[in-house]
Design a protein around this ligand. Sequence first.
Ligand code: HEM
Length: 394
Amino acid sequence: MTEHTPDDLDPTGRDLREYTDELRPAYPVVRNSQGQYVLLRHADVVAAAVDADTFSSAVSAHLQVPNGLDGAEHRAARKTLDRYFEPEVLAPFEPVFRDIARDLLGRVPNGVVVDAVREIGAQFAVRAQSAWLGWPSKLEPQLLQWMAANHAATRSGDRSRTAAVAEEFDEIIRSVLKPRRSMGDRAPNDLTTRLMHDKVDGRPLTDTELVSVLRNWTGGDLGSIALCVGVLFAYLAEHPDIQQRLGSDASDAELDAAIDEILRIDDPFVSNRRRTTRPVRVGHTDIPQGAVVKLHWTSANRDADVFGDPDRFDPQGNAADNLVYGIGPHVCPGRPLATMELRIALQETLATRLITPAVDEPAKRAVAPIGGFHRVPVVLRDRSSGERTRGRLD
Ligand code: HEM
């Protein structure tokens, strides 16, 4: 392991998975062009994520509930908000998500090239998330448009553009909250209304806090689900043996484990930031107080010191070290919802279709700062006709 830290690394235009695979063996901690310290090794990422006293989540100037909170304030927010992801809250949405997936897949013609990220993942994410929160379906085109604008703004790295897009999203959220306020008791009985009446530490959430929570439950998540669907479809198209195993009679638990493992191998949820509250040494690197540190989940999930060959598909063997949903006090509360959505999307696809790669168009990887794929062209073949082509696939 080298003793120094390379400064001023710039991943612009690079596939982050490939880039961090190259860097990690020699440089466990790198500094990017914005002066942030990027932790690439599994052990360092875990140590920082669980030590919230040293690695604070108060990084952004904007209020972020619960993401940007620390300590007791964070625990109180999580205590209230985690209830929205409990099994009995999620269970009624299972048939709803299944109907959405069936309807969506029913519109994908047999044998025609579709982009799994935009035409399946994004559409499914918006419809499922709107159903979960009780948002009107007339908002869906607006949300899809917003996702595309957000993606483009993130890619551009232009802060004023990302700020404008974030403001646009807050407007959408306010348009959902306003009519509910004026309806009083006649407001729909759904999770959004429940949140508006809920309490953190004995007091209701302010409007700014409500918008922040809903932004975290939708804004970031819609893109993540779409990217996850892209990664899953790309992987299964390239691994027909695994697809066949999952498509026959895998249990929910087997499918969930396989999904987690595919996302570990190719984690599209790249990183989260922290700010150091004191000087700290990570490996051989001294990090000053007040520095921004990036926990690089995509890199940590491929660390050979933990996983050996990072591309080896071993759902059971690798589950305990999987960091797709983070670790420590900020571990993803939305995991049960995300897992259920992804499982249903795959189950409904594999029940009737085979996912095959588009012949003339390879999948296009996303580049920094986005993970996963930009575009995943696949052909969904009816299983009955697909069976005839299985010789070629297998
Ligand atoms: C699609 C797959 C998803 C992935 C890969 C993912 C991943 C993550 C990760 C790695 C973290 C840790 C952040 C940190 O340590 O700073 C996180 C936090 C979070 N996730 Fe997810 N997530 C997903 C879906 C969702 C969904 C569906 C929701 C809610 C609807 C959600 C809401 C949140 C929130 C609110 C936090 C912040 C928690 C805190 O700071 O205490 N996520 N997620």
